[in-house]
Design a protein around this ligand. Structure first.
Ligand code: SGN
Ligand code: CA
Length: 514
């Protein structure tokens, strides 16, 4: 699986490990970076929301550290992936949105390339979503675009392969273990295992179809938010009630198609007959329930919410199983202690808060993304929780730091090694955010902003020109925009200054030009 060019680099490095490692080869950690797609903090049991159980993902926190205030810089897939690879904001790495014309410039510096140059074996398996062919990896096996849940088509160094009858979450794990079995263990490895799940349209695996069917999920406090004082929130198109599709998202059959370019039949045709039989058994009942119940208004919105939560949690349960299999593999192969295992998501997600699904906004649910890390040889904590502000620009420098590789000065994130090893309590006093994808697909206006431990300032600068200010201590759900409140005039001034300071620090000099 390892290309000849890389083999020759590796063999040169084998004779001069100290040149790159700075410490004995044995001690350089392996890395298993697990990232799913759209997995909210609210649906990882270690975060304590009580919605579902993820016993395997929780094992990582039990064995290490859970970050409670880990944020993204731009809450959608491609941009987040580019940020993770480069340690730089979207305006620096050039990948600002998910539009078809946006492609990641694979010639730029990334942390997998730096690790590869230092002798690491590297691979990315699962979702990629960056348009261009992966660079910096000895092996890759990635979905085309968003990928599909069933019978996925994967791009590998030798071309495209269709995995008929496979379920994407399981295939990602199988391919990952296959690669781990094949790597030369005399060198450390870095595996990026990227699940497509739980991305929309939340297609469960056959063994999970019935899970949660009898469960009633609690309605979030803000489900019926009226978006008063928040124009951008009022004008989005990511409402469970209005924008979620009965056929494509909720798998209701026997109704007039609501799918505009999103075709449930195409996805169902990727299943084997056996898989389809299990699907039909559950979803014909669901469809029947919808057709005969005559639900409308709030009752229908709440029915949609329940269906959404069930399907979303079903696909997560498969992810959790695969994380468990990966941890078991590392344990059985005596690799767990010397491997940095991270579980995270490309961004957070709304589980009905504000009445929404999807992400994009700089509001708490989609600004956060889960982050759990264990590395028993290097992080001597178990079950520790940290609430300092961390961000996905920090992944690259943190992993380089643990690997003993110099962190290039143009990387914008901070190494989290000092906080993860108890040497420091934080790495920054505020975070910067900038989102660019408008109007499609969810009508969320472009915005940038700053958040510190207590306050958040946001500027929606395109289409409308509005500012929002929140006191997160007093208003954790961000329902009261304080921008014109005289009592908060000082806070507003201070946050405006902080915003400007961060735009200068990160060189986002002309933020409204994109
Ligand atoms: C698809 C989804 C959207 C989602 C984007 C981006 N529609 O277009 O709901 O916001 O992906 O998601 S779908 O019904 O066709 O799946 S991201 O995670 O890749 O950024
Ligand atoms: Ca995503």
């Amino acid at each position: 699986m390892i290309s000849t060019t890389v083999f020759s680099t590796v063999s040169v490095l084998c004779f001069q490990p100290s040149l790159y490692a700075g410490k004995p080869e044995k001690q350089r950690p392996n890395i298993v970076y697990i990232m799913s797609d759209d997995h909210s903090m609210q649906t990882i049991s270690a975060y304590g929301y009580g919605l579902n159980e993820t016993p395997n993902i929780d094992r990582i926190a039990d064995n290490g550290v859970l970050l409670r205030n880990n944020f993204v810089t731009n809450s959608i897939s491609g941009p987040c992936r580019a940020v993770v690879l480069t340690g730089k904001f979207s305006h620096k790495n050039g990948f600002r949105d998910n539009q078809a014309k946006t492609r990641f410039d694979g010639s730029q510096q990334t942390f997998p390339k730096l690790l590869q140059n230092a002798g690491y074996n590297t691979a990315v398996i699962g979702k990629w979503h960056l348009g261009s062919t992966p660079t910096g990896f000895d092996y890759y096996c990635v979905h085309t675009g968003q990928g599909t849940y069933y019978s996925p088509v994967m791009i590998e160094p030798d071309g495209k392969h269709t995995y008929n009858g496979e379920y994407a979450t399981c295939l990602t794990l199988e391919k990952s273990l296959e690669w781990l079995d094949s790597v030369d263990r005399s060198q450390p490895f870095c595996l990026m295992m990227h699940f497509k799940a739980p991305h929309r349209n939340w297609m469960p695996a056959p063994d999970k179809m019935e899970l949660y069917e009898d469960m009633e999920f609690p309605l979030p406090e803000t489900f019926y938010d009226d978006y008063d004082e928040r124009q951008a929130a009022k004008e989005q198109k990511m409402s469970i009630d209005k924008d979620m599709r009965l056929d494509w998202d909720l798998k209701v059959s026997g109704i007039e198609s609501q799918a505009k370019g999103m075709n449930i039949e195409a996805e169902l045709s990727r299943m084997t007959d056996d898989q389809r039989e299990v699907f039909d058994k559950v979803y014909q009942k669901v469809s029947e329930e919808y057709r005969t119940s005559g639900l409308e208004g709030d009752a229908l919105a709440e029915w949609k919410y329940q269906r959404y939560m069930k399907d979303y949690c079903k696909v997560i349960s498969s992810v959790d199983d695969m994380v468990g299999k990966m941890l078991d593999y590392l344990e059985e192969n005596d690799l767990l202690d010397n491997t940095i295992v991270i579980y995270t998501s490309d961004q957070g997600f709304y589980m009905g808060e504000h009445g929404w699904f999807d992400k994009r906004f700089m509001y708490e649910e989609s600004l956060h993304t889960p982050f759990l890390i264990s590395y028993p040889d290097g992080i001597r904590f178990a079950g520790k929780e940290l609430s300092c502000m961390t961000q996905n620009i920090d992944v690259a420098p943190t992993l380089l730091d643990f690997a003993g590789v110099d962190i290039p000065s143009d990387i914008q994130g901070e190494s989290l090694k000092p906080v993860l090893t108890g040497k420091k309590s934080d790495v920054r006093d505020a975070i910067y955010y900038h989102y660019y994808e408008y109007p499609l697909p969810h009508g969320v206006k472009k915005h940038y902003g700053v958040r510190d431990e207590r306050y958040k300032l946001i500027h929606f600068y395109n289409d409308i020109d509005t500012w929002e200010l929140y006191d997160l201590d007093k208003d954790p759900h961000e329902l009261h925009n304080l921008i014109d409140d005289p009592e908060y005039a000082d806070v507003k001034d201070r946050m405006m200054r902080k915003l400007h300071e961060l735009q200068v620090q990160y060189e986002d000099f002309n933020p409204e030009s994109e």
